[in-house]
Ligand binder design. Structure first.
Ligand code: NDP
Ligand code: PMR
Length: 416
C-alpha cells in the first residue's frame, strides 16, 4: 500500500489534470477519485502542495477508500460523489446528530468526524447503527471546555492533513429546564450558553481559516423554532427567549453570572437564549466572512424531534405525552430519521448552497408554526413537505444586537 502511495505521489502533478480513469487497482481508483472529483481540491497548485508523507497517510487511511459499488440509500434525491467529503458533526452520539451522521455516512459520499464528549458511547452507537467501516471517525470534543475545543481543532488538523475541512455542523446541545441552580463549564460559563453557543462559537472561529480553503464549504449551526418569538412554540410558550441588553455578556458571562440578560438563572430560558445566539452567529458569520471566504453559513429548524435525549431532564409523563402532543395536536413532530435527513440535506443539497438562510420544512402541521410579517406560514416542522427559507423573529434579525453579541462572545472565549 505504501509503495503504491509513493508511486502515486510521483505521478500526482500529471494525474491531477487527467480525467478519472477506470482501474482495477483500489488505490489508483482512490487516487484518481481524490484528484479528479474535487473533494481534495483538484487544482494543480493544491495537488502539488501535497507531500508524499501526506499522500501516504491518505492512501493508507481507509477514509479514502472509494465507496463500495453497492447502491447506497439515497438521502435526499441521490446526490452521490465519487469521493467522500469531510464533515464534522458535534454531538453525533445521539438524536439529531446521530441520525444526520447515519444519513451522511450511508450516502457513501461523506466521511463523518463524530465530535463527541463521550467517545466510547459514540463508537458504540456507530457500531450499533451499522455505519460502514471507513465512513466515520470518532474524536473527542467536550464543548464545556474551551481547551477541549482547541485540542479538538488541533487533532482534526493533524488527522486530515492539508485537506481543508469542507463541512461543519454545530449540533450538540443541552437543555436544563429542571435545574434549580446553574451549573458551569470548565471556563465558568453557564452550561447551556457555554455548550450550545460559546463552545461552538470558538470552534467555528478556529476552523474558519481552514474551511475557507475548501471550495463550496458549508457551516450549519442548528437553531430552533423555540428561539424565535414569531412562532407559537417560541412566542406563546413561556419562557420566551430574550437577551435583554446582554448585561450578562457585558459583565463577562462567567460564574456567578448565569443568564445573557444578567438576571437570575432560568434553565428553560437559557436554552432558548443560546439558540438565539446560535442563529445570530450564523448571520454574523455571513456578514463578516461569506463574501471573502465563500463559506455558506446556515441555520435550520429540524422539526420537533420529541423523543430525543434532549428532554432527559423532563418527567416520565412529559416524555411519554410530548411526542403524542406534537404528533396529534401541533403536528410539529418529526422522527429522528427524517430530521437527520433534513440536516444532511442542508449540507449536501445544491439547493442549499445559499448563505445566511434559516431553513425549515413545510410539512404536515395541525397548527401554525411561524407568523411572519405577511401573515401566517405553516412551518411547524412536521413530517414531510418541502424545504423553505424561513423568516426569523425580529429579535434574531437584530443586526446591532448580533454585532454586540459577536464582539462580547469573542471576548469571553478569549479570541480578542
Ligand atoms: P440530544 O440530547 O439527543 O443530542 C445532543 C448531543 O449533544 C448529544 O450527542 C450529546 O452528547 C451532545 N452534547 C451534550 N453536551 C455536550 C458537551 N458538553 N460537549 C459535547 N457534546 C455534548 O438532543 P437533540 O438531538 O434533540 O438535539 C440536537 C440539536 O437539535 C440541538 O442543537 C437542539 O437544540 C436542536 N433541536 C432539537 C429539537 C428537538 O425537538 N429535539 C428541536 C429543535 C432543535 P451525549 O450523547 O454524550 O449526551
Ligand atoms: Mg412546544 C406549533 C406549535 C408548537 C411547536 C412547533 C412547538 C415546538 N411547540 C408548539 C406548541 C406548544 N408547545 C404549546 C401550545 C405548548 C403548551 C402546551 C408547548 C409546550 C412545550 C414545552 C413544555 N413545548 C416545548 C416544551 C419543551 O420543554 C420543549 C422546549 O421548549 O425545549 C426547549 C418544547 C418544544 N416545543 C417545540 C419544540 C421544537 C420544542 C423542543 C425544543 C427545541 O426548541 O429544541
Amino acid at each position: 500500500m505504501r509503495f503504491f502511495a509513493a508511486l502515486l505521489c510521483g505521478l500526482s502533478a500529471v494525474s491531477a489534470f487527467m480525467p478519472a480513469m477506470e482501474s482495477t487497482s483500489k488505490v489508483s481508483v482512490n487516487y484518481n477519485g481524490l484528484m479528479t472529483h474535487g473533494s481534495f481540491q483538484s487544482s494543480a497548485a493544491e495537488s502539488s502542495a501535497i507531500s508524499c508523507t501526506q499522500l501516504n497517510a491518505m492512501v493508507t487511511d481507509k477514509l479514502y477508500y472509494p465507496p463500495e459499488a453497492k447502491e447506497t440509500p439515497k438521502v435526499f434525491g441521490g446526490i452521490r460523489a465519487a469521493l467522500k467529503e469531510l464533515v464534522v458533526i458535534t454531538g453525533a452520539s445521539s438524536g439529531l446528530g446521530l441520525s444526520t451522521t447515519i444519513a451522511l455516512a450511508n450516502s457513501g459520499s461523506y466521511h463523518v468526524i463524530m465530535a463527541c464528549r463521550d467517545t466510547e458511547k459514540a463508537k458504540r452507537v456507530a457500531e450499533e447503527n451499522g455505519l460502514p467501516k471507513g465512513s466515520y471517525t470518532v474524536m473527542k470534543l467536550e464543548l464545556a471546555s474551551l481547551q477541549s475545543v482547541r485540542d479538538f481543532v488541533a487533532n482534526l488538523k493533524a488527522f486530515k492533513g492539508a485537506r481543508p475541512l469542507k463541512n461543519l455542523i454545530c449540533n450538540a446541545a443541552v437543555y436544563l429546564p429542571k435545574d434549580p441552580e446553574p451549573s458551569f463549564t470548565d471556563d465558568g460559563f453557564e452550561m447551556s450558553m457555554g455548550v450550545n453557543h460559546l463552545g461552538h462559537f470558538l470552534l467555528v472561529n478556529l476552523l474558519l481559516d481552514d474551511m475557507s480553503k475548501a471550495k463550496g464549504a458549508r457551516c450549519c449551526i442548528v437553531g430552533s423554532i423555540t428561539g424565535n418569538t414569531n412562532t407559537v412554540g417560541g412566542g406563546l410558550v413561556y419562557p420566551r427567549a430574550d437577551l435583554g441588553k446582554l448585561q450578562g455578556f457585558q459583565k463577562g458571562m462567567k460564574q456567578p453570572i448565569a443568564m445573557a440578560d444578567g438576571k437570575p438563572f432560568f434553565g428553560a430560558k437559557a436554552y432558548k437564549d443560546a439558540k438565539v445566539c446560535n442563529m445570530m452567529t450564523v448571520s454574523e458569520l455571513h456578514r463578516r466572512y461569506h463574501e471573502d471566504t465563500g463559506i455558506v453559513f446556515s441555520s435550520m429548524y429540524p422539526g420537533c424531534i420529541a423523543e430525543t435525549a434532549l428532554f432527559r431532564e423532563k418527567r416520565e409523563w412529559f416524555r411519554k405525552l410530548f411526542p403524542l402532543f406534537m404528533k396529534y395536536v401541533t403536528g410539529g413532530y418529526v422522527s429522528e430519521k427524517e430530521a437527520g435527513e433534513r440536516l444532511a440535506q442542508v449540507i449536501a443539497d445544491p439547493k442549499c448552497n445559499k448563505s445566511d438562510v434559516y431553513w425549515s420544512w413545510n410539512g404536515k402541521a395541525n397548527t401554525v408554526g411561524y407568523i411572519n410579517k405577511d401573515g401566517v406560514v405553516a412551518g411547524a416542522g412536521g413530517s414531510g413537505g418541502e424545504i423553505f427559507e424561513n423568516e426569523q423573529s425580529s429579535a434574531v434579525q437584530d443586526k446591532e444586537m448580533a454585532k454586540t453579541m459577536w464582539d462580547l462572545s469573542k471576548k469571553v472565549v478569549g479570541l480578542d
